[in-house]
Design a protein around this ligand. Structure first.
Ligand SMILES: [Zn+2]
Length: 69
């Protein structure tokens, strides 16, 4: 099941809620202040790893040979 992020407009609390395939924002309340005034936040995938080597250079992919078919 997908997890949606919400932001409480009252206490600015950020929490994640497990929503079904059909998300309903009406029954979403803040677990901190139990407020219904929440806003759906955009899920951002940020991958941060420890300090180390950066991204590897693009490797030469296999050339597409052959004629039309
Ligand atoms: Zn709240």
């Amino acid at each position: 099941m997908p997890i949606y992020e919400y932001i409480c407009l009252k206490c600015n609390n950020r929490f994640a809620m497990l929503q079904s395939l059909h998300p309903e924002e009406k029954n979403t309340e803040c677990p901190n202040c139990s407020s219904r005034e929440v806003k759906k936040a955009l899920s951002s995938f940020s991958c941060s790893t420890g300090s180390g080597s950066g991204f590897s250079p693009s490797t030469p992919s296999h050339g597409f040979g052959g004629g039309g078919g």
